[in-house]
Design a binder for this molecule. Structure first.
Ligand code: AMP
Ligand code: MG
Length: 398
């Protein structure tokens, strides 16, 4: 049997980072920056007030209380070039430019709030409540580097530095297809021998959580011809395809029957539990990577975590590697099959004492409810068949 590491290495050797593409900021969330972005101007662009109050010279309010004439008012957005002399005050709002000649802002709370004259009750040091130009970013500074994942804060600084379009590696577009004559769409009645189709919803959400854009194709029956037709129709919009079901050893294995003859998808047994039957390769003229995952829901989920998510990371231009693990202490003993790496569904608890992990009841590869109650996978190495309570283990947080 092929090892998990070998299978992942083969996958990562095949998939490529997606080509960079210029997108509008509105489309950039969740993409990965493919250029260094510099700010064309200093940020803030001008000295401005951090609060509502009075712009003064700090020296004028050293001996309080002191009364100063209020010469004018300046609000955020004010575009006049203003200046004031000694012994004066300007009423100023948050974000408004500090007039030339002033070197500090007195909070309105430390004054009587006057409009013609103001009484200042407390002195302020020079520079008080003034946000200096360039204090966040100097003109020409790089604000975000190539390889940064664009989340909310990163979008904020891109916009804040005046960018409307950015060069990014886009979210991979992933088609999710499920196969099985027994599958009924959730929300429709269940006939005898049928189950509600769950994998495509689960895998679609997993793709989105992994930074992909997903197209959930309707489930197809166990006819290889129908499967191929549906696959071909979906390929136009795919950077990758995920199928579930139809790859085991029985009869009616449409994915295997349809793809094996094409010679570019390899079906093999990987030494893992759950998830032994795996297939990976490329399809279509564009050689789109295809992951043919086993149909058992927990198997397809674990296969996604172990193989597909690392591949999507590479496609997004992120550093490649296996799923990230943390160390935790087992709160119960467990058994694991020999010569297979197992991924046991578990609850990981982190507190001040450290991390502990407890396998959930229901480790069958069809037991989706047990999976849904877990928040982690305990990774048990191939050569380990038993772990006592108190053992230190590697855990993939979900
Ligand atoms: P297969 O890999 O097609 O032999 O399917 C293995 C098991 O997973 C069978 O019990 C299927 O009924 C079940 N299964 C396959 N596909 C799905 C799906 N999309 N949703 C829920 N269960 C599935
Ligand atoms: Mg099937």
């Amino acid at each position: 049997m092929k090892s998990v590491d070998r299978h992942l290495a083969d996958i990562l050797a095949t998939v490529r980072p997606l080509a960079p593409l210029e997108v509008d900021l509105e489309r950039a969330h969740g993409t990965v920056l493919a250029e260094d972005v510099a700010s064309p101007v200093a940020l803030p662009p001008f000295d401005n007030s951090a609060l509502d109050g009075y712009a003064v010279r700090a020296g004028d309010v050293a001996g309080t209380p002191v009364v100063l004439p209020v010469i004018e008012e300046v609000a955020a957005g004010d575009s006049e070039l203003r200046a004031m002399g000694p012994g004066m005050a300007t009423r100023i709002m948050t974000g408004a430019p500090v007039p030339a000649g002033a070197d500090a802002v007195v909070p309105v709370e430390w004054t009587d709030g006057g409009t013609a004259r103001v009484t200042v009750h407390r002195p302020v040091p020079a520079g008080n409540a003034v946000r200096r130009s360039g204090e966040d970013v100097r003109a020409g500074d790089i604000v975000l580097r190539e390889g940064a994942v664009i989340g909310p804060a990163q979008l904020g600084i891109l916009a804040g530095a005046g960018r409307r379009r950015v060069l990014v590696r886009p979210r991979p577009r992933v088609v999710v297809m499920s196969t099985g004559a027994e599958l009924a769409e959730p929300g429709t009645p269940l006939g005898h021998g049928q189950i509600w189709e769950s994998n495509s919803f689960m895998l679609a959400a997993a793709v989105q959580a992994a930074g992909g854009e997903v197209f959930r194709a309707g489930a197809v029956t166990d006819d290889p011809k129908r499967f191929l037709e549906s696959l071909e129709a979906q390929l136009v919009r795919a950077d990758a395809v995920i199928t579930s079901g139809g790859v085991s050893m029985g009869a009616y294995e449409p994915v295997k029957e349809a793809l094996a003859p094409l010679g570019k998808v390899v079906f093999e047994k990987v030494a893992m539990q759950p998830g032994m039957p795996q297939g990976f390769g490329v399809v279509g003229d564009d050689e789109v990577p295809i992951f043919t995952l086993p149909g058992n829901p927990v198997s397809s989920f674990v296969s996604f975590v172990v193989f597909v998510e690392p591949a999507l990371r590479k496609m997004r231009g992120l550093p490649e590697g296996p799923p990230v693990t943390v160390r935790a202490t087992m709160t119960a003993s467990l058994r694991s099959p020999a010569r297979k790496r197992s991924y046991l569904r578990a609850v990981l608890t982190r507190d001040a004492q450290g991390s502990t992990v407890a396998p959930v009841v229901g480790q069958g590869s069809h037991q989706l409810a047990a999976l849904a109650s877990a928040n982690a996978l305990v990774v048990v190495p191939e050569d380990v068949t038993e772990l006592p309570e108190g053992a230190e283990v590697d855990v993939i947080p979900l």
